[in-house]
Design a protein around this ligand. Structure first.
Ligand SMILES: Nc1ncnc2c1ncn2[C@@H]1O[C@H](COP(=O)(O)OP(=O)(O)O)[C@@H](O)[C@H]1O
Ligand SMILES: CC(C)(COP(=O)(O)O)[C@@H](O)C(=O)NCCC(=O)O
Ligand SMILES: [Mn+2]
Length: 941
């Protein structure tokens, strides 16, 4: 339990939406110090709000926790952010820093475990007072928890007695609908179809969501016609539901748990129990009415003709027969109701489904078969949490309903056993023994997901579990970490590859005999709420925008990238460990990171859609997130510094060389320079091997020498024409250019900065065009005048990562690099000085929407990402603001311009520049070879 603090000074956040007010919170010690301890009276997490759905079988918990910004080494970043109020989202006056939504469930018959969990995390002390979300330091008489489901009535007294809180009951149907509507609107890859073992995510158009049929398969089944928010009618239901399968199954098979029963079904053969069409028709199809011989004519029908007792049947066959009977029946009734009301879409929720492939396939089959393909069964990733989410939304000011998909980031943490930067627990060498021979009992995996939401914020080594007030166990983080890894690697239940055609199924084919543990099978991560994220405003069509260029649903593609990332792992671990001083602790964290990332990869190889729609960018981001989870804040720190220094040392010579050229050849040389310097990429195997063969400067020279036009994709002439004009075409200078920079060292110093400088320096072609225009009585001034001389772009915005990823330069590092470069360059110096050396530039950008004249020539903004790629649906609010008046985008690097955004269309002129540093990608994307270059220019569409 976290200690309480009486000397706590409250944090006050100005807020228009006070729902997550932290007035009860206090920072212990110096606010400036690294990772200060934040205390909320009587609780270990910052703040939590909780809602419950207490059903006949399961208790579902949704809770929200607010965490301080991730710990960072970089004081400057902190002070900059504080100064700018960036983390508070001042531009939009967001009142909250965001937080995380967690999903947990317990069996209803084990309600005590649920109460212990709430108590251990002090979730009931979230200060939910009926008067509002004002956190009270202590539980008060009026504290309430919103809950739905029958248990909200049945167990109300228990909550009062054990936790001192009152349950405020919410209507179950209301909650189901509110939860489903929220998920379908706010979570991008929430709904999917599942047919013949194939999972496909469905993009739901928010404006075309209603009406739909919601079928919630819990213990019993409710069918609700949903016409809008709060507009619904329970049109049907059936008492043959999840409770029926579990109840009958338990009686007939003696199984001890639901999962055991489901596992049995995977080895079952239902024709031993079911009467099939073929049994009646002597092995023939009844083709006239569309029934194959393997169609079930009568579930359990065969048991009447046999002279057998229950014991004579295999429990496996019984379980499968039951599962099919119930799933099929529900699918059929659902369709009949959809037909009744003319609904085409049916969403299925409830924990009966349990992400189980065979169950979903059976339901889908029934809907498809009876509707002749007209209606579609869709499933929800947060299947069983609809009611609990709805209850959460029923708090008067939960702040969730106006949030949108781009403000949620789902993470799948491993439960890193880190405490204050240290890995605790036994040496990692022991781990494989433990994994093979787990020491867990059913009791001490009670909180199997407990650590999933803690990540690197963990401050406790052991979790003490209190059951009925008695301390019964200590679980070390390490043990839980191993458990998580073991769970994640458990075999996946697979659906059969195909049906027999006319209404029958083959037997289920499972890759393993056991199901992935209940917890891991949820396929639901922690939803991080980042209110400041925005959709990049220059996308032509955000709805159809797909960041990933490579489709990993192609299995050979997935296999290839899986191998690339796996092979890169040892080197990455070495770099990461070295970046933390190579200590024993760093080594242990490195090993743990490698295990965790490998486990994620292995799982995704087996089940690519396990974490939602999967693209290469997701894998690359997962790797960075995983590093951060194990407290590797910047694995390439030293390498980046070394390369920056070396490149800055040769910058003056390069600038001199450039200055001696004509404008036309200079622009070409600059683009060549960007492409050549993009070779400095520590994420590419081939490049890393190159670095062992020469110094930075040698490689840079070699790379520049090899720049032969035409490049593999070469739109340079069109770009040059647009920039400098040609023949009768006058150049129309750009107003604001956004330069998405990539790697540290030569890439940014010798590539992108000189290009930025070119845009900002006085330009003869523009001057000429302007003068001619003026002579032709051109009214108005050329907008691009700095110090009285026109240039190619009036404002240049350098867009860099918010967090480190590989050797990419970050927005925090960039101002210092620009300042160093500015020592050798008047243009950069003047531009930077005009912006008060970038810090103020960032302040100004926030005002830019109000008054454009306050903008400065050169600024740095963070992009909101911590990945080598960029998903432009989720960028920082600063970048979104900076993009407002931008008319030129330059995307640089393989991650940002090829892996992602290669096919993205923008509303302004766009230049995509990258060197392809991977043979396979070169072949696939540009039909070329490794080290080929891409210079793709697309005028505004
Ligand atoms: N671990 C589990 N324990 C019990 N039932 C489970 C479990 N996992 C899935 N189920 C299935 O989920 C059903 C409960 O679904 P749920 O949506 O939670 O409904 P309810 O609100 O009625 O409890 C059970 O009847 C059973 O079929
Ligand atoms: C991670 C990267 C996208 C970074 O490239 P960059 O954006 O820096 O040009 C790239 O290095 C990559 O795709 N690497 C994996 C492929 C390989 O090692 O061949
Ligand atoms: Mn990079």
């Amino acid at each position: 339990m976290a200690p309480t603090s009486s000397s706590a000074t409250p944090i006050h956040r100005s807020s228009s939406r006070p729902q997550l007010d932290l007035s009860g919170a206090a920072i212990q010690g110096n606010i400036e110090e690294r990772d200060p301890t934040i205390l909320l009276p009587n609780q270990s997490d910052d703040i939590s709000h909780l809602a419950l759905d207490i059903g006949g079988s399961l208790i579902k918990l949704v809770y929200f926790s607010r965490h301080e910004d991730r710990p960072t080494d970089d004081k400057r970043k902190k002070s900059l952010k504080e100064r700018l109020g960036v983390s508070n989202g001042t531009r939009r006056s967001y009142p909250i820093l965001g937080g995380r939504l967690h999903f947990v469930k317990f069996e209803t018959r084990k309600i005590n475990e649920c109460l212990d969990f709430i108590y251990s995390k002090q979730l009931h002390r979230g200060g939910i007072d009926p008067r509002g979300w004002t956190s009270e330091p202590q539980v008060n008489e009026n504290a309430i928890i919103k809950a739905t489901g029958g248990g909200a009535y049945k167990f109300a007294d228990m909550f009062k007695e054990r936790l001192g809180v009152s349950i405020e009951k919410e209507d179950e149907m209301n909650c189901l609908v509110a939860g489903a509507n929220f998920l379908l609107k706010a979570i991008r890859h929430e709904a999917f179809t599942h047919m013949e073992g194939q999972k496909n995510f469905v993009q739901i158009d928010q404006n075309d969501l209603f009406p739909y049929l919601l079928v919630n398969i819990g213990s019993g089944v409710s069918m609700i016609k949903v016409d809008g928010d709060g507009k619904f009618e329970r049109v049907s239901g059936t008492n043959v539901g999840g409770g029926t399968y579990w109840g009958l199954g338990r009686l007939m098979t003696k199984c001890k748990s639901f999962d055991e029963l489901l596992e049995l079904s995977q080895r079952g053969d239902n024709k031993e129990v079911d009467m099939l069409v073929g049994d009646i028709y002597g092995g023939m199809d009844y083709a006239k009415i569309g029934l194959s011989a393997s169609t079930i004519a009568s579930s359990f029908g065969k048991t009447i003709s046999d002279n057998k007792e229950l014991e004579d049947y295999r429990p496996e066959d019984i379980s499968l027969s039951l599962l099919r009977m119930i799933s099929y029946n529900i699918g059929q009734i659902a369709y009949l109701n959809a037909l009744r009301f003319g609904l085409k879409r049916i969403f299925f929720g409830g924990f009966f489904i349990r992400g189980h492939a065979y169950t979903m396939d059976t339901i889908s089959f029934a809907v498809h078969f009876w509707s002749k393909g007209d209606a579609k069964a869709m499933f929800l990733r947060h299947e069983g949490f609809l009611g609990a989410l709805g209850a959460f939304m029923s708090y008067e000011k939960h702040g969730l309903d106006d949030l949108m998909a781009h403000q949620f980031v789902e993470r799948f943490p491993m439960g890193a056993p880190c405490v204050g930067g240290k890995i605790h627990g036994p040496p990692l060498g022991d781990l494989s023994d433990k994994a093979r021979n787990p020491i867990f009992t059913s009791k001490n995996i009670l909180f199997a997901d407990y650590n999933s939401e803690r990540g690197h914020d963990s401050r406790e080594e052991d979790q003490t579990i209190i059951i009925s007030g008695v301390i019964v166990h200590h679980i070390s983080w390490m043990e839980k970490f191993v458990q998580k890894g073991t769970e994640i690697l458990a075999p996946v239940p697979m659906a059969p590859p195909g049906t027999t055609g006319l209404g029958g199924f083959e037997r289920p084919s499972s890759k393993g005999e056991t199901l992935r543990s209940d917890d891991a099978a949820l396929n639901v991560g922690v939803l991080h709420l980042v209110p400041t994220l925005e959709v990049f405003p220059l996308l032509v069509d955000p709805k159809t925008y797909e960041p990933n260029t490579i489709d990993l649903s192609d299995h050979s593609e997935l296999e290839y990238w899986f191998t690339v990332l796996s092979e890169h792992l040892p080197d990455l671990v070495d770099k990461a460990v070295a970046s933390e001083g190579g200590t024993d602790d760093a080594r242990r964290r490195g090993d743990a990171f490698a295990r965790a990332f490998s486990a994620h990869l292995a799982r995704l190889m087996e089940e690519p859609a396990a974490y939602g729609k999967l693209g290469l960018a997701n894998l690359l981001e997962l790797r960075e997130e995983c590093l951060r989870e194990f407290q590797f804040l910047d694995a390439y720190r030293t390498i980046k510094q070394r390369e920056n220094e070396a490149s800055l040392a040769v910058l003056p010579d390069l600038l001199m060389e450039l200055d001696s050229m004509s404008e036309e050849s200079r622009l070409l040389t600059l683009i060549e320079g960007v492409l050549a310097a993009n070779i400095f990429d520590w994420g590419s195997r081939a490049c890393v091997e190159l670095y062992h063969k020469g110094t930075i400067i040698e490689i840079y020279r070699m790379s520049r020498k090899k720049m032969q036009r035409p490049w593999r994709v070469d739109d340079f002439d069109a770009f040059r024409e647009r920039m400098l004009g040609s023949g009768g075409n006058k150049p129309v200078p750009h107003k604001r250019a956004l330069l998405f920079v990539d790697n540290s060292g030569a890439d940014v110093v010798l590539g992108m900065l000189p290009l930025a400088r070119e845009l900002l320096r006085p330009n003869l072609s523009v001057r000429l065009a302007y003068t001619q225009n003026a002579e032709n009585n051109f009214k108005g001034n050329c907008p691009n005048i700095h110090s009285g001389i026109p240039c190619l772009a009036r404002y240049v915005v350098l867009v860099a990562n918010s967090l480190p990823a590989l050797n990419d330069v970050t927005a925090i590092e960039l101002p210092e690099i620009v300042a160093e470069a500015a020592k050798h360059c008047d243009v950069l110096r003047k531009a930077a000085e005009a912006g008060g050396l970038l810090m103020d530039a960032m302040i100004n950008i926030q005002d830019a929407s109000k008054d454009d004249s306050s903008s400065v020539p050169l600024m740095v903004v963070e992009n909101g990402c911590g990945s080598p790629c960029i998903d432009l649906r989720q960028v920082s609010s600063e970048l979104a603001a900076a993009a407002k008046n931008a008319d030129l985008i330059i995307l640089e690097g393989m991650g940002r311009a090829l892996h992602t955004n290669y096919n993205a269309r923008f509303r302004c002129d766009t230049l995509k520049l990258a060197m392809v540093k991977n043979q396979r990608l070169a072949e696939k994307l540009v039909k070329g070879n490794i080290y080929d270059c891409v210079c793709r220019y697309e005028p505004a569409s």
